[in-house]
Design a binder for this molecule. Sequence first.
Ligand code: 13P
Ligand code: 13P
Ligand code: MG
Ligand code: MG
Ligand code: MG
Length: 369
Amino acid sequence: EKVTVSVIKADVGGFPGHSEVHPDLLEACEGVLEDAVDEVIIDYYVTRCGDDIDLIMTHTRGEDDEKVHELAWNAFQEATKVAEDLKLYGAGQDLLSDAFSGNVRGLGPGAAEMELVERPSEPIIVFCCDKTEPSAFNLPLFRIFADPNNTAGLVLDPSMHDGFEFEVHDVIDQKKVILKCPEEMYDLLALIGQTQRYAIKRVYKKGDGDEAERIAAVTSTERLNLIAGEYVGKDDPVAIVRCQSGFPAVGEVLEPFTFPHLVAGWMRGSHNGPLMPVSEEEAHPTRFDGPPRIIALGFQLRNGELVGPQDLFADPAFDRAREIANEVADYIRRHGPFQPHLLSEEELEYTTLPDVLKKLEDRFEDLEE
Ligand code: 13P
Ligand code: 13P
Ligand code: MG
Ligand code: MG
Ligand code: MG
């Protein structure tokens, strides 16, 4: 009765520029996944946020399965052919290798996968972002699973009252650590506040049960720019969160997104901007290639089948968050090429700075003291 939900994503071409995925690419992916139903996967749903294609798949093969990853790889290859044919922008952008070699990790696509023991009722939410990076989930995941001001269940629900464990990845040194909340909350915050280095990879319910029973959330944490060694685009992330009956309610999982917090990404992957929650329909970032977007799709699992989706941010209750995001966008855009709108030097996806410094080398003089 274990089911795996795999969300594997890639940007294989934008339409136009980096704004959206052309519908023909989604159709190409659907064709590949449809042929694999009952062979490799149980069910699937193909969506997109901005220029990123998100393949939501269910199966019983576990996480990191070669067949499932190959299927996603093949879908992206087919979509790339269509993108090349249409001469879309950045065709094949996130596919950094010519050949598949067992797992999409390190090849460019991002993956969030969760093996779970399906409960009598299993509500899940799949989040997909564009124009930002995996640590954009740090603040909302903290609020959902550790902040009683956000999540009433931490106080009220006896089955959540003990709290949750956070698996945090150091994406630069490739190390991980597990921290428990509420008792290690300040240590956790000391790490995950540093969004350029630490990203929450998984959240577990506390206890000694099977991981597939305790798993509460998972994100994609690939750092595409570091994998490639040079700029190939921000690794626009995805996440899966389980809801209800010992996990936060659907509305508790969505609540942090009423605050459009600042995240890194946006234009040229090099600017801070507000994360705007939008419907699938409105997930085509255009203003200054943004602002960064997030969609939330709700499903109920039925023996691995995806019942849904429900487009959860297509709710007037999130209009105010969108208004605030627009106000913040106006405000921060007026900084032009200055920090903190611009990211710090190490976080820039590309820069002329080394060339400028080289050119001015002879003209720099020591300060007299
Ligand atoms: P209902 O009374 O609508 O079922 O809502 C219950 C609940 O817990 C909402 O958070
Ligand atoms: P993507 O990472 O979504 O491709 O965006 C890159 C970019 O340069 C946007 O301006
Ligand atoms: Mg792109
Ligand atoms: Mg993108
Ligand atoms: Mg990208």
